[in-house]
Design a protein around this ligand. Structure first.
Ligand code: PLP
Length: 383
């Protein structure tokens, strides 16, 4: 009996061949493969620029850093995310302010964002949880504030579209969008990430910060360009580059994103059909959308009704060879955040309620129909 994890990559012969070929490239890093991957991502999502990076964490960090603002600004974000989202605010000295979620979607509540944005906020980092976009076009206050910078954490959401029809990553209502290519995400480069933007100056800053803050273009020097050896370190940057080997894998994976997305959709619909009538759980995505690349399938389970703890449920599923996971422990509950900021859990009633019920069951395109059936049967057998 094979083990079915909650998420995993799908690597095929084409991916193997692409990586093998990239290993023969004279430039193992910073070569044409990286540029080609960046162009392909930009084209796929409809953005002007793309910067490929070593991870989404690096991308979130660089995007906040490239705002060029100094500490003490307030950054609004979702508590229902991986810690990397709000950590990116901390790296640059920003103060995170968490906004309660809509427990139906796992996304930040748009109405609460609208009122919070009316204050002095300068950064907003929406997280498109499970692939479902936060509808940035519906933000009232964002339209009026030129100071507000929106950086989307789209780690879950490459392939998804807003209701307007624009792709996540097009940055039609934001400064920048960050993607992750970690193996559990919608497509993978092993480790990896990317930022898209339509702002040329911001793009140049990202390129520089990705590589130690070093500028090599003669036209962009602060001082006299002394000769062919000359470069300038103009800002304090990092080494957040992606290798050509990863980019070659990413290009091959990107060519299959539409197929990955439709298989994810099929599985979501099968789960909805099989599980939505059960009274002790709530299925996500009650209103299924064909234009969303579903990344996670999060059940909300009434554990008291089935007289089992979440840990016992996870153990029972595991005994049947099925992985499950909690997305996410609310970030304000993490010891580091509690010690430093002393958040009150009671300020986030919807997030707390959601956290007490959530459990992600397997969703990835390489699942067979038989795998899906096994998961369905195991869930039904819990009560
Ligand atoms: C995976 C993930 C990240 C971090 O991505 P890495 O590429 O692993 O750095 C950030 N935010 C969210 C919401 C994620 O799911």
């Amino acid at each position: 009996m094979n083990f079915i994890p909650y998420g995993r990559q799908w690597i095929d012969d084409q991916d193997h061949a692409a990586v093998a070929e990239a290993l023969s490239d004279p430039m193992l890093t910073q070569g044409e493969n990286v540029e080609r991957f960046e162009q392909a991502i930009a084209e796929k999502v409809g953005a002007r620029y793309c910067v490929a990076l070593s991870s989404a964490t690096a991308g979130l960090h660089l995007a906040v850093q490239a705002l060029g603002e100094n500490g003490d600004a307030v950054g609004l974000t979702s508590p229902n995310s991986f810690v990397a989202t709000s950590n990116a605010l901390l790296y640059s000295g920003h103060r995170p302010r968490f906004i309660d979620i809509d427990s139906n979607t796992g996304n930040v509540d748009i109405e609460q964002i609208n009122s919070a944005l009316a204050s002095e906020t300068t950064v907003f980092m929406p997280v498109h949880f499970a692939g479902l976009p936060v509808e940035l076009g519906e933000l009232r206050s964002a339209q009026n504030s030129s100071r507000l910078k929106i950086i989307e954490d789209a780690s879950h959401a490459i392939g998804s579209k807003y209701r307007s029809g624009d792709s996540v990553g097009s940055c039609s209502h934001s400064l920048a969008t960050v993607f992750s290519f970690h193996p559990v995400k919608n497509l993978t480069t092993g480790e990896g990430g990317a930022i898209t933007t339509n702002d040329e100056e911001f793009y140049q800053r990202l390129l520089r910060l990705r590589s130690h803050g070093i500028e090599r273009q003669p036209a962009r020097m602060s001082f006299v360009h002394e000769g062919p050896w000359y470069y300038e370190m103009q800002a304090l940057g990092f080494n957040y580059r992606m290798t050509g080997i990863q980019a070659a894998l990413g290009l091959s994976q990107l060519s299959k994103l539409d197929r990955f997305m439709s298989r994810r959709s099929e599985i979501v619909r099968a789960y909805n059909d099989e599980l939505s009538a059960i009274d002790w759980l709530r299925t996500p995505m009650a209103s299924y959308r064909a234009d969303v690349c579903y990344h996670l399938y999060v059940l909300q389970i009434d554990f008291a009704a089935i007289k089992m703890t979440r840990g016992a449920v996870m153990e029972k599923l595991k005994q049947r060879g099925i992985g499950s996971q909690v997305h996410y422990i609310p970030i304000y509950r993490q010891p580091y955040y509690r010690d430093r900021f002393g958040f009150e859990f009671a300020a986030f009633p919807e997030t707390e309620a959601y956290y007490s019920r959530c459990l992600s069951i397997p969703l990835y395109p390489a699942m067979t129909d038989n795998d899906v059936e096994r998961v369905v049967d195991a869930v039904k057998a819990l009560a």
